[in-house]
Design a binder for this molecule. Structure first.
Ligand code: ZN
Length: 81
């Protein structure tokens, strides 16, 4: 069972109704991973569930990303970093 972290909706595991994020997403050059960027040796660890997974509905993911982009743009305009 897959539960969206944003709205709580439940999705069937293995369906294409959600996004899975392995680890974290960062802004800029500070590292971070979206999707399938782990080296082969690390994938075994990920499969064992050591790296936390975050799930979003398709629409919730879009809203979340829009929010992140707005935050970055606002910070740029206001000089906050
Ligand atoms: Zn959702």
């Amino acid at each position: 069972m897959i539960r969206c972290i944003r709205c709580g909706k439940v999705h069937e595991k293995g369906s294409e109704d959600y996004f899975s994020i392995h680890g974290n997403i960062y802004i800029g050059d500070h590292g971070g991973v979206v999707g399938n960027n782990f080296p082969t040796f690390a994938r075994e660890i990920i499969t064992k569930g050591v790296v936390s997974m975050t799930y979003f509905c398709l629409g919730c993911f879009r809203s979340e990303v829009d929010g992140w982009i707005e935050m970055v743009e606002l910070n740029k305009r206001t000089g906050n970093r």
